[in-house]
Design a protein around this ligand. Structure first.
Ligand SMILES: Nc1ncnc2c1ncn2[C@@H]1O[C@H](COP(=O)(O)OP(=O)(O)O)[C@@H](O)[C@H]1O
Ligand SMILES: [Mg+2]
Length: 250
């Protein structure tokens, strides 16, 4: 299995601020990776660094053998990076269909195939982007990344703020994309249990550093690890004080 994406000793952030001090990872062709971690740990910064919209202080990024460390985001897109940003940047004043045709590039993923994948979008093909629900906008954002025919899809908290029924629909689509279509992907998510069942590998970030990396199926069963790094089983009514950190006065 050849590595599709390689990050080696990446040091990146914004301006003078370093958010990711020294991060390395590899993802093989056709594999899916969940990136987990609490709010503010650097998940989006990791995605943005692959896309090329952060400041890179050191390290290299390779996509399908090509060193893209120094190239602009457009060239990284050409090298195969498909990005679905956290803020779902669709064209609000173009129709659904125009949103897709405006960016489509030749390859197996065309507008027709996106409509097959998301029947809701097909029904709304003539509606303006701005008229769509949050879930439909997310589907359109994913469709826009797909018609660029990427080698790897980067999904930044795609289910954030969506109704549970839409979340289920999206997760089913991801299963189809990752398992049936063999699309390599990085899926950022704050809620581990949502995505550990549908990804091959998982890593947990804490303060810009990878504190765990391994098979998603293994992590899913490791409640101690999940609790330690993500606090998933912690009840909101009885928060545990963090060791070594003084609790603020009420
Ligand atoms: N544009 C930016 N400029 C400066 N600092 C930023 C910027 N975006 C994020 N940060 C900082 O980087 C850290 C990681 O943020 P982010 O990657 O968005 O976390 P996550 O996606 O895990 O919630 C935070 O401390 C945040 O304040
Ligand atoms: Mg984020």
């Amino acid at each position: 299995m050849s590595d599709l994406l390689i990050l080696e000793n990446i040091r990146a952030g914004y301006g003078q601020a370093v958010v990711l001090p020294d991060l390395s990872l590899r993802l093989a062709q056709g594999r899916s990776l969940a990136v987990l971690g609490r709010n503010g740990v650097g998940k989006t910064t990791l995605i943005n660094t692959i896309v090329g919209v952060t400041r890179r202080f050191a390290g290299t990024i390779r996509i399908a053998g090509q060193d893209v460390s120094r190239v602009r985001p457009e060239q990284r897109a050409q090298a195969g990076v498909g990005w679905v940003p956290q803020e779902r940047n669709i064209f609000r004043s173009l129709t659904v269909e125009e949103n897709l045709t405006a960016v489509a590039r030749s390859g197996p993923w065309g507008v027709k195939r996106v409509f097959e994948m998301f029947p809701r979008l097909a029904e709304r093909r003539s509606n303006l982007g701005g008229q769509l629900s949050g879930g439909e906008q997310q589907m359109l954002a994913i469709g826009r990344a797909l018609v660029l025919n990427p080698k790897i899809l980067l999904l930044d908290e795609p289910t954030e703020g969506l109704a549970p029924i839409i979340v289920d629909e999206l997760l089913k689509t991801f299963v189809r994309l990752f398992r049936d279509e063999g699309m390599a992907a990085i899926l950022v998510e704050q809620h581990a249990q949502k995505v550990l069942g549908i990804t091959d590998e998982a890593l947990i970030l804490d303060r810009g550093t990878i504190v765990h990396a391994g098979a998603s199926a293994t992590l899913r069963e490791d409640s101690a690890l999940l609790e330690r790094h993500l606090g998933v089983s912690r009840k909101p009514s009885a928060p545990k004080p963090k060791p070594g950190r003084p609790q603020p006065a009420a």
